[in-house]
Every structure is written in structure tokens, then in C-alpha cells.
Design a protein around this ligand. Structure first.
Ligand code: MN
Length: 131
């Protein structure tokens, strides 16, 4: 069972993701960015679902930390946003997210398919050791 991290401050949203994903993935859940960053290092998930609107350190800052960390930078990160606005997708993909879902997530099958796609397309580590 692949481990998937959820960084989301809203308990109801975390519960919804548990219901949608809990049978297929081992979920590691964190309510804040700093908690999530610490947890990613110890739990080593294969993918991260990252809420954009987090108190304190927001999702974009968390992503920046992930992409700047040699150990974490290659992990696929999916943005989750509420109050989706035009241009969000482009903005978030340009910021370095691998994918994007707006909340509430209504299409469970689409989310599962996207997670599977990302898990099977491993990106090469950007600072790989010399061959
Ligand atoms: Mn939030």
C-alpha cells in the first residue's frame, strides 16, 4: 500500500479524503505546513495532497520548501484549493505543483486516477548523485 500524505487544516476535508482514499492508500495526515514538512521527512510518502489555504505557512510556501529540499524535491505534490478561481490551475502548475483539484472534490474516480498516474510516473531526482 503506497503511503500518501495529506496536509490539510480542515478536519472534515481530511475525513473526506480518508473515506475516498483510505482503502487504497496508507494516509499520513497533518494539519499544518510545518507539521507536514517534518512528517514528510520521517514518513516518506510517495505523494502529497497539499491544501493551499493553511493557517500560517500556506501551501505555496510548503511546496517551495519541498522543492528546495534534496530529500523531498522529487515527490509529486497535488494542490487542493477551495474557492477555485480562473487561472488557478495555470498558476499552481507554474508554481511547481504536479496536479490540482478544487474542493469540494466531487469526482473520486478522477482523483484516484490522477494519484495513480502520478505514482507511476516517477520524475527523476533533480540532484541525483553522479552516474
Ligand atoms: Mn485549508
Amino acid at each position: 500500500m503506497s503511503k500518501v500524505a495529506v496536509i490539510e487544516d480542515n478536519a472534515d476535508n481530511r475525513l473526506l479524503l480518508e473515506v475516498m482514499l483510505g482503502e487504497q492508500y496508507e494516509l499520513a495526515e497533518y494539519a499544518t505546513g510545518p507539521e507536514g514538512l517534518a512528517g514528510l521527512k520521517s514518513d516518506r510518502p510517495k505523494l502529497v495532497l497539499l491544501d493551499i489555504s493553511l493557517p500560517g505557512m500556506d501551501g505555496l510556501e510548503v511546496l517551495r520548501e519541498i522543492r528546495g529540499d534534496v530529500e523531498l524535491q522529487g515527490i509529486p505534490v497535488v494542490a487542493l484549493t477551495a474557492h477555485a478561481m480562473a487561472g488557478d490551475r495555470e498558476r499552481l502548475l507554474a508554481a511547481g505543483f504536479d496536479s490540482y483539484f478544487s474542493k469540494p472534490i466531487l469526482d473520486e474516480e478522477l482523483l484516484l486516477a490522477e494519484i495513480e498516474r502520478l505514482l507511476s510516473s516517477r520524475r527523476p531526482a533533480r540532484s541525483a548523485s553522479p552516474a
